[in-house]
Ligand binder design. Sequence first.
Ligand SMILES: [Zn+2]
Length: 326
Amino acid sequence: MKTAESVSCPVCSLRETDFHSSGYDYLAASGREFSLVRCLGCGLVYLPSGPEPEAAGALYQAAYYRKMRGLSKFLETLFLRERRRAVERFKKAPGTLLDLGCGTGEFAAAMRDAGWDAAGVEPSPAAKENAAGADKIYRRDLPDLKFPAGSFDAVTLWQVLEHLPDPARYLAEIRRLLKADGLLLVSVPNINSLQAVFSGDKWFHLDLPRHRWQFTPETVSRLLVRAGFRIREIRHFSLEYNPFGWWQSLFNLLGCEINFAYKRLKRGSVRKDSPAAKRFYTVLCTALFALPLLPAAFILSFLESALRRGGVITVSAEMDGDGNER
Ligand SMILES: [Zn+2]
């Protein structure tokens, strides 16, 4: 059914949509249902009304930003190296880098260790208590920070663009902040990935209603091009996000409590109102299949990457034109 939305599509400005799919909020106890629509102009899938800006941050518990130890710490080191390499394929240190939505600032800190003059922006108060290298984390919204034009060689957004109430406004500001030969790196979940299509509303990276814009390689590219960028590369493999996306989605599909293992690993709270039988099944299933499903998750991630249908994609872009018009 065709609907006219109150907001226009950030990619193509059209207001006409049809129904795409629905899913639940698996993080909040309320478990509300949300409907995603698809823009009839460009195909962007989105929530027609996002959470209120002040509620969006509150949806995350401080546990979301908790510091890692042991095995998690080792994995985090691997993931940070993968992120650094994604930047350094195009830009080498030394240089200035801004990581938007930096959480506790681990990536900015790792880039400083690698010779970058790196800073982060994180307005969410929940991230504050565990902040790493807090001296270089700005605690305000990007447009309020008023950095001088052309301040940065690289700007990164790891799983951030899909959360922003007004992504076009941020991209315009990022374009102003980048040097003429600057690099923009955007990593977002891909609603057209194999893991998304296979898992439906059980897909780990769907994360409604926090992920308002459910991008595909095509829609995120169009958004960036419209903001004055040129796409250099789209990568479909992410060690950090894709095997885990498959692994957790497979448990979700097996009838386990949604994202149970993720919540345990993050040491956040799991649902207290879960029926005992369901909890028993979830714990048993996770214990039995945690290891056997790991190779499957990796194989599926390599497969979807080879088919260019990756669960989380990383888009590298540069300024289109010389930036003089800003
Ligand atoms: Zn559109």
